[in-house]
Ligand binder design. Structure first.
Ligand SMILES: [Zn+2]
Length: 228
């Protein structure tokens, strides 16, 4: 994503390379009666999720946390000291491209062993020959372990004590995924400040990214408004 969402190139939509999302959406709004002049905010789903979970979800009241989506891709959004991290171009939080298996699969980004290349729904389907919904207990636990490995490293790096996880793969895998993720976080995040970092399901469930989009639209950065 370029700053402000002028153009986007999501790895999971190969047809969209430098897709002019802001211009296209502006065109749609201007073509509809009564929509002209509506403000437009563009951001990725995981960053929106982070805002929504901090607003009315599992991270409510937290000023430092990580939010992840484990689904078709693996994305993340980070809130530090109450503010959503943006980075130089608005792309901070891409936890899906932390290396969790150095000898693992080639990722669509070009690197080897990224979390997204091992734990996303399509990558699980490629590795097992079956849709992620049919994954075995072993695959569910492995996926949780790899997500936990990345989360533990981020907790050590950024002094975090909470990660909330959404997405069809994570929520569909359920308890075995979350128990394995927590065990791995406990094994990786062992510094005095990171030990005890919790991994929790997103409080907003499957609606989390959509409610996150609402939070994105309603909030004036850096922090969402108080909840209802
Ligand atoms: Zn990658």
């Amino acid at each position: 994503m370029t700053p402000g969402g002028e153009s986007v190139s999501p790895l999971n939509i190969p047809a969209w390379r430098s897709f002019p999302l802001r211009a296209r959406l502006t065109g749609v709004l201007e073509s509809r009666a009564g929509s002209a002049g509506i403000g437009l905010r563009i951001d990725n789903d995981a960053k929106a999720l982070a805002l929504g979970e901090g607003w009315i979800g599992a991270a409510r009241g937290e000023r430092n946390y990580l939010a992840l989506v484990v689904s078709t891709g693996v994305g993340g959004g980070i809130v530090l000291e109450g503010a959503l991290l943006e980075g130089a171009t608005g792309n901070a939080g891409h936890i899906g491209h932390l290396i969790v298996e150095p000898e693992g699969q080639i990722c669509p980004c070009g690197a080897r062993g990224c979390l997204e290349a091992e734990a996303s729904g399509p990558s699980i389907a490629r590795a097992t020959g079956a849709p992620a919904e049919l994954a075995s207990l072993e695959v569910k636990e492995r996926t949780g372990r790899l997500v936990g490995r990345a989360v533990g490293s981020v907790a050590n790096l950024l002094d975090l004590r909470l990660a909330v996880v959404a997405g069809s793969v994570a929520l569909g895998f359920g308890t075995p995924f979350f128990l394995a993720a927590q065990r791995e976080v406990d094994a990786v995040a062992r510094l005095s400040f990171s030990a005890g970092c919790r991994v929790a399901p997103a409080g907003l469930g499957e609606r989390a990214p959509l409610l996150g989009a609402a939070a994105l639209g309603w909030t004036t950065r850096p922090a969402p408004r108080a909840g209802p």
